[in-house]
Design a protein around this ligand. Structure first.
Ligand code: EQ3
Length: 322
């Protein structure tokens, strides 16, 4: 029987536990724009007491330089307006430019604005702002998350800001500049050992990803293969997967720990592997507990892999089907 994306998506689905991440983002989405900006400022400064992101390299900041310079020269009212426009995804020139940024350039842009806010050169919160009860609710929900989950919430809110440029159609897209590389600060994890797993495609995938060798990783997929990032729809086909990896998977440290593999009557294999991933933004200080759900075809190629954020560290050991 041919493998289908729909059936692939549901493998091991009964081991999924609802995550607090989408619930926290849903609460954030209900806030008005000023409350959203204030929440982000409080959450980021609170988080900064224990962890701080690595400063983005000059090459990455250069991509956001024009916008940052424009903002620095504005009055504090205009700076607040720009931030409100970004948070409300308004259709303005700055919000459009931001919308075309890659995920990591968006993060670098806000990182730099945050630094300017700490120096008092950019206003963090609109003048006269009073914290609403809604902000407290979202801050309390955020405190219940572990650090890996907190940075995921922050990242998602930053990614969703700015004008939705997908509405504009491909012809209006500026040529995307090459993604600057993240400098790895820890040695590449090369020899992969996962308790319970010997599947070459899976071991090869992790090894290639840990070396940022995305061509090698993509070569392990079938031509109609798909990768489903956390809380997103599957990305289908080698070209789209390679583009996504170049933009979003650079410098990640993947440390799978254990897994199970079930061979199906048609010779395909379903695997669930749990472990920890570190992002170059926070290095070894933050580990995210995740699961990979692989569907490998009878010829040993990856037809599907989903990456899920785990609800709690206990889920690392939850490899059962029911
Ligand atoms: C200035 C301030 C504070 C206030 C203002 O009002 C508003 C904003 C937005 C502000 C600034 C906020 C800032 C600077 C936030 C920065 C947040 C950062 C740097 C977050 C980074 C998070 C990174 C994460 C969560 C990375 C996760 C990666 C994962 C799970 C990767 C998984 C993958 C695996 C394992 C695969 O096998 C395939 C690829 C894939 C990427 C899916």
């Amino acid at each position: 029987m041919a493998l289908t994306l729909q059936s692939a998506q549901s493998i091991f689905s009964n081991t999924q536990v609802p995550s607090l991440i989408p619930a926290t983002i849903a609460l954030f989405d209900q806030l008005n724009v000023d409350d959203q900006l204030a929440y982000l400022w409080y959450a980021y400064t609170e988080m900064g007491k224990t962890i701080t992101p690595a400063a983005p390299g000059a090459a990455r900041l250069q991509l956001a330089e024009t916008l940052l310079t424009q903002i620095k020269l504005m009055s504090s009212e205009d700076q607040t307006k720009v931030m409100r426009d970004l948070a409300s995804r308004a259709d303005t020139p700055i919000s459009r430019s931001y919308g075309f940024f890659s995920v990591n350039t968006k993060l670098a842009f806000w990182y730099e604005l945050g630094e300017l806010m700490k120096k008092g050169l950019v206003t963090p919160i609109p003048a006269g702002y009073q914290m609403s009860p809604g902000v407290k609710v979202v801050l309390e929900a955020t405190q219940k998350l572990d650090q890996g989950q907190q940075i995921t919430v922050l990242r998602n809110t930053v990614v969703n800001m700015g004008f939705d440029t997908s509405e504009l159609g491909p012809s209006s897209y500026p040529k995307a500049p090459a993604e600057p590389a993240f400098q790895r600060t820890t040695p590449i994890i090369s020899s992969v050992k996962i308790d319970g797993i010997t599947e070459p495609a899976v071991l090869g995938y992790i090894e290639a990803m840990n070396a940022d060798n995305f061509d090698a990783a993509v070569a392990l997929f079938t031509t109609d293969g798909a990768l489903q990032p956390p809380f997103q729809k599957p990305i289908v086909g080698p070209e789209a997967i390679a583009k996504y990896m170049r933009e979003e998977a650079q410098g990640l440290n993947m440390m799978p720990q254990q897994g199970i593999c079930e061979v199906q009557p048609d010779g395909s294999k379903q695997l669930k592997i749990t472990g920890v991933v570190q992002t170059p933004w926070f290095g070894v200080t933050v580990g995210m507990n995740i699961a990979w759900r692989f569907l490998i075809n009878p010829q040993g190629k990856i037809f599907f892999v989903a990456i899920d954020m785990l609800a709690s560290p206990q889920e690392l050991l939850n490899l059962r089907r029911v």
